[in-house]
Design a protein around this ligand. Structure first.
Ligand SMILES: [Zn+2]
Ligand SMILES: [Zn+2]
Length: 215
């Protein structure tokens, strides 16, 4: 069976995306964001957008001009059903993470600097949000769920691809626990780090990409 090509399903072309990226960069970041690869992903279904980096914000070990390789991934299956405004707010959300990573040299999160930028951009009507839970569009794809035992970040996947033995939270490196499908409690449970310390293993693990979602 032939798979539909991305150009058939992507809501806008990469050229149009880069034009919007450049516009937002000039308007809200004083043009300080260095160029970044933006890709449409047919396989990304855990979030509408995702800022991905393969090394820390201060790493110089790979990439050009001493920058670690990083990119912005956008979900074709999720964004093709959403409006252009939602696509723009998703791109803007990921650009704030890029700014945290490239300019502020810190690990992307939804901390104070994120909120300040978000509010400044929202004053102009961009409607960026921080999603802590996945919206219906996204969760329809998801069968399995894990929750960070430390910060409460949720991770959902279509298949059981997260192994708590090998994976750690993308936000805080905390341990993950699998939750029964459909049983994710509304309220995040915080477990004091002190109770987790004994469980940390020295073995290598994979830090998960944060499922950044913008409405
Ligand atoms: Zn965490
Ligand atoms: Zn985010």
């Amino acid at each position: 069976m032939a798979r539909p090509s991305l150009t058939e399903t992507a809501p806008v072309t990469l050229e149009q995306l880069h034009a919007r990226w450049a516009d937002l960069n000039a308007r809200y970041f004083s043009g300080a964001l260095p160029p970044i690869e933006i890709v449409w992903s047919a396989r990304l279904t855990s979030s509408a957008g995702m800022f991905v980096s393969h090394a820390g914000p201060r790493s110089r070990e790979d990439g050009h001009e001493g920058r670690a390789r990083r990119l912005i991934r956008l979900s074709t299956p999720l964004l093709q059903h959403l409006s252009g405004r939602e696509l723009l707010s998703t791109l803007a959300h990921e650009m704030i993470h890029q700014w945290q990573f490239d300019v502020r040299k810190r690990r992307p999160d939804h901390g104070e600097d994120f909120l300040e930028k978000m509010e400044a951009m929202n004053r102009d009507g961009l409607r960026i949000t921080i999603h802590h839970t996945l919206d219906e569009e996204v969760s329809a794809f998801m069968t399995y769920a894990w929750r960070c035992l430390e910060c409460g970040q949720d991770y959902r996947r279509q298949r059981r691809t997260i192994r708590p033995k090998d994976h750690r939270c993308g936000a805080c490196l905390g341990l993950l626990g699998e939750v029964l499908p459909g049983k994710l409690p509304r309220k995040r449970r915080r477990i004091h780090p002190q109770h987790l310390a004994a469980q940390y293993r020295p073995s290598p693990f994979v830090q998960l990409e944060l499922p950044f979602t913008a409405a």
